[in-house]
Design a protein around this ligand. Sequence first.
Ligand code: MF3
Ligand code: CO
Ligand code: CO
Length: 283
Amino acid sequence: MRNDDCWCGSGLKYKKCHMEQDEYLKKLSKEVGYKIPKDIIKTPNQIEGIRKSGVITHAILDLMEEVIKPGVTTEELNKIAHDYTIEHGGIPAPLNYGGFPKSICTSINEVVCHGIPEDRTLKDGDIINVDVTTILDGYYADASRMYIVGNASEEAVKLVNDTKKALELGMEQVKPFSTVGHIGHAIEGFANENGYSVVYEYGGHGIGTKFHEEPFVAHVGDPGEGMILLPGMVFTIEPMLNIGKPETRVLRDDWTAVTRDGSLSAQWEHTLVVTESGYEVLT
Ligand code: MF3
Ligand code: CO
Ligand code: CO
């Protein structure tokens, strides 16, 4: 009822809190023909929280630009990211997530994702993805970039740049009443035209008050497939492109995902929110 306390626990009256959004969701559910879960659409307050968390994630990825060079260990990168997060009032989301032992993921060369920082040193010609997720005041912001260590092969540099382009093309599909399938289709089409395969065993994800929420954001697919995108939805896009085949396997450490054929892999990631006219990057 409009004068009751809101269901969200804010202590505000329902009419002053979630009533408007609930009515909006009811109307949208009717339009799209299925019930849209409440927590898929973030409130302006929640979006602001994720945006603030994203400032830390972004700053750490900038910092990596300065410190990644031949001779540095991924454990050193982990410590720099961990300390920066704590100093800015945040918590590194990966640490102890499902038993993950470190604060960032560092994925080198044929590692697709979820590489664990260790005392291995980076060497000239390596390509590395650093994946950072911050929790600030309970809000999650997840992003990753590729870095080239010293001088890499032309093929490796092209893979890195083309994977960034794939993320950008995916993001361009984001607007109200588009679908997750539009994103996957754009990424897959571009990747295949350029001779790459797209990893289908991992994908982007809803995010906000948890690390991984609905929907699953496949980086392959067709327009119209998957969830319909609506204003206030927050999710990641994080395509992984391989020079060889798309299949992956997980190493004995239970985390590190590598290409089965040992070919190079690259990934870029952003967290974004669907707006009335398109999208805003939050990282
Ligand atoms: N940041 C990764 C993602 O983009 C998830 C890492 S989970 C971890 O979804 F446990 F490996 F950190
Ligand atoms: Co992610
Ligand atoms: Co990530």
